[in-house]
Write a protein that binds this ligand. Structure first.
Ligand SMILES: [Zn+2]
Length: 295
C-alpha cells in the first residue's frame, strides 16, 4: 500500500512523532490585533498551553523516555521562555513556526523575510542555535518560504500533504525534506472551538476525538510507514485528552515495534539511508505553478 517504505532503524515497523505546535495566545493577537489585549478568555485558553499542558506533556515524555518536536512562534518563545527552556533541557527539538503566527500567504515578500529573520534571531538568542525544522502557521507555506528555508540551511519542513511518508522538495535553490501533515492527524477538527478565529467545531469527547488518530497509526504501522500527530497543548494537552494519549503511548511503546523520535532525527535517518543508496525518496519539484492558473 506504500510504494517505497523507508527502512527504519533497528527494524522498527513505523517511525512515530507526536508534534506540538505551541501557539499559545499568538492566535488571538494576530486575528484581533486592535483589542486582543482586552480579551482575557482566549488569552487564558492559549496560555493554558505553555503554563499547564506543556509541563504535563514533558512529564509523560520523560517517564516514557522519548524525545519529540515542538514548533513555536518566536513571539511565544520570547514570552514563555522558561517553558521553552524546560523543553530544551529535556532534549526535545524546537522548530520555527513563524514570528507571531502570521500566515505566509498574507505576510509575503519583504514582510515575510522580516518576520522570518526576526524569528531566527529569537531562536538563536533563547534556544542557543538556529532551528533545523519549520512548520508554517496554518500550514500555509509558500514557494518564497521554501526558498528561505533552503537559504537558511534548514533540513526539513512539515506543512504539506503530498505523501504518507517523508519526501523531498526540490527548487532552483536546492532541496529540503518534507515531513507531511494532514487534517486527519490534526487536533483542530475534533477539538477546536474558537469563534474569534472563525473555527467552531462541535467538541468531541476525548476517546471519541482521539480514536481517528489511532486508526491512522494502525494503517501506518501495518505498512511500515510514518505516523505523526500535529497537535496543540491548549487542545490535546487538556487533562482528559492527554490522559488518553498518555495511556495510548504507554501501551504502544510496550507492545509495538515503533521508533519515536524528533523530526530532525527522523529526517537525518532518511537522509542517511538515501545517501547510502539503501533508499530512493519520492521528489516533488517546486513551484507547482508560477502564475495564477484559473482564468
Ligand atoms: Zn500554529
Amino acid at each position: 500500500m506504500i510504494r517505497n517504505p523507508i527502512p527504519w532503524p533497528n527494524g522498527a515497523k513505523c517511525a512515530c512523532a507526536i508534534t506540538f505546535d505551541i501557539d499559545a495566545d499568538s492566535l488571538i493577537h494576530v486575528s484581533r490585533p486592535k483589542d486582543s489585549h482586552r480579551r482575557l478568555y482566549p488569552i487564558s485558553m492559549g496560555r493554558y498551553g505553555p503554563d499547564v499542558a506543556v509541563p504535563r506533556i514533558l512529564e509523560t515524555y520523560k517517564r516514557l523516555g522519548i524525545k519529540q518536536s515542538f514548533y513555536v512562534p518566536a513571539w511565544c518563545i520570547d514570552n514563555y521562555a522558561p517553558t521553552i527552556e524546560a523543553i530544551l533541557a529535556d532534549g526535545h527539538e524546537v522548530g520555527h513556526h513563524g514570528y507571531i503566527h502570521e500566515d505566509p500567504v498574507v505576510t509575503h515578500g519583504e514582510a515575510q523575510v522580516e518576520a522570518f529573520e526576526k524569528a531566527m534571531e529569537v531562536h538563536r538568542r533563547i534556544c542557543g542555535s538556529a532551528p533545523r525544522g519549520y512548520r508554517a502557521p496554518v500550514y500555509n507555506i509558500t514557494p518564497q518560504v521554501v526558498d528561505l528555508l533552503i537559504e537558511n540551511g534548514f533540513s526539513y519542513e512539515s506543512s504539506l500533504m503530498g505523501d504518507d511518508i517523508p519526501y523531498l522538495l526540490k527548487t532552483d535553490q536546492g532541496q529540503l525534506w518534507e515531513v507531511p501533515v494532514h487534517w486527519g492527524c490534526d487536533d483542530w477538527p475534533p477539538f477546536a472551538h474558537y469563534e474569534e478565529i472563525g473555527y467552531m467545531m462541535p467538541v468531541r469527547g476525548p476517546t471519541d476525538g482521539l480514536r481517528a488518530f489511532w486508526e491512522e497509526f494502525e494503517a501506518q504501522y501495518a505498512y511500515g510507514g510514518f505516523f505523526m500527530l500535529i497537535v496543540h497543548p491548549f487542545l490535546t494537552g487538556r487533562l482528559a485528552r492527554w490522559r488518553v494519549v498518555d495511556q495510548w503511548l504507554e501501551e504502544t511503546l510496550k507492545t509495538k515495534d515503533v521508533w519515536f523520535a524528533p523530526l530532525e532525527e527522523i529526517v537525518a535517518h532518511v537522509q542517511q539511508v538515501t545517501d547510502s543508496g539503501a533508499y530512493t525518496p519520492r521528489v516533488d519539484d517546486l513551484p507547482y505553478y508560477t502564475e495564477p492558473v484559473a482564468p
